[in-house]
Design a protein around this ligand. Structure first.
Ligand code: DP6
Length: 360
């Protein structure tokens, strides 16, 4: 017999960025962070014709007495599960597993059996992996959630977020939809470093996220390496952690009560400061490219000409722009403007896709 569970998780975009760890193994952050899960119409504008889809990870986990070792495939390619992050997630979930019974199939797994049974994991991203689009956030959250379903783990999303966190920091925020805060925590074992939902999916459902895939190439410096180097060498990161982020978290929590201009100002400012920390790292890390910079200038000019922000931008560890439009009408205008000023090349191979170089 084979028993399976499938989960689907959209990517999580940080509006107040996590950058820097106080514990590399347990993945504990030096600052709180706020993310939003784009359940609402994210559009990818790099391909022609337009793909209108939610960027998400789909993961199926299976267990069978016929499996002799834990194995995983990502986008159809087998990958190793020996890394500490996968091992920690698997161990934590197994230790919380419960009895499972499927009478129709005649399957009965007792709590104690889970230690001996092996799992096969198949995960698929419908967006470029490791191109700064939070693939590890969706990936680990989805994996932990699917395994928890399979093994009948009874813990709530908050507890599961502490397990997903050990796979990737940003995954901690991805167990919930809507706006989510990752609480820093003080304890050494990380048990108080988990996520809470600030507002659910329905709270602000006229926002639209548009992801402009400037480049789908893998980034040169991973987030893990980049933030380690920032913690070791940036003088600016301490100021950010102590003086800036705690204030911004409070302000963002207030702004999430549907105050778009404040959300936009805070989101753009925090993205720019995160990239400033990257530049202040030795050697400096350049995640954005010229097209990213031109998108920023364009949005800034547009917002200024309107007198109040209509669109926010934010960039994770890569050149791709995540644009948040205040409503569908603005999103339609934004798409038209982006396609006009940054026309996609007529190449349908996503991997070689780069937005046009038209200057604004
Ligand atoms: C810039 O969660 O990918 O996207 O914890 O080492 O796996 P690890 O790093 P990761 O870092 C994400 C950094 C970011 C900001 C954010 O998502 O908050």
């Amino acid at each position: 017999w084979v028993l399976m569970a499938t989960a689907q998780t959209p990517t999580n975009i940080a509006v107040i960025k996590y950058w820097g760890k106080r514990d590399e193994t347990l993945i504990l952050t030096i600052t709180a962070a706020i993310g939003m899960r784009p359940w609402f119409y994210p559009l990818m504008i790099s391909v022609s014709p337009l793909i209108q889809t939610t960027f998400c990870t789909t993961t199926t986990v299976a267990v069978s007495p016929l499996f002799h070792q834990d194995r995983m495939w990502l986008n159809g390619k087998e990958m190793s599960l020996s890394g500490i992050r996968y091992q920690n997630c698997l161990r934590e979930i197994r230790s919380r597993a419960n009895d499972v019974e499927d009478e129709k199939k005649g399957i009965k797994i007792e709590k104690k059996d889970w230690e001996k049974l092996h799992v096969h994991i198949a995960s698929y991203n419908n967006f470029p992996t490791a191109a700064g689009l939070a693939s590890s956030a969706a990936g680990f959250a989805c994996l932990v959630f699917a395994l928890a379903k399979l093994m009948n783990v009874k813990d709530d999303e908050g507890k599961l977020s502490t397990i997903a966190r050990q796979g990737s920091g940003s995954a901690c925020r991805s167990l919930f939809g809507g706006f989510v805060k990752w609480i820093t925590g003080n304890k050494e074992d990380g048990s108080d470093s988990f996520s809470v939902q600030l507002a659910d999916e329905k709270h602000w459902d006229d926002l639209v996220i548009i992801i402009a895939v400037v480049s789908s190439r893998q980034k040169e410096t991973s987030s893990t390496t980049g933030m380690r180097e920032s913690v070791e060498t940036s003088m600016f990161i301490e100021h950010r952690a102590k003086d800036v982020v705690p204030q911004r978290i409070i302000q963002m929590e207030e702004a999430i009560t549907r105050d778009f201009p404040s959300v936009a100002r805070l989101t753009c400012a925090d993205s720019n400061q995160f990239h400033a920390v990257c530049l202040d790292t030795c050697p400096p890390i350049f995640y954005m490219n010229d097209t990213s910079h031109r998108i920023i200038s364009y949005v800034e000019k547009w917002n200024r000409s309107e007198g109040t922000p209509q669109v926010a931008y934010t960039f994770d560890a890569g050149p791709n722009a995540v644009l948040i439009a205040r409503n569908r009408n603005i999103a339609t205008q934004l798409l038209q403007r982006l396609l006009f000023y940054f026309p996609p090349p007529l190449d349908t191979d996503l991997n070689s896709y780069v937005l046009g170089d038209a200057s604004i």
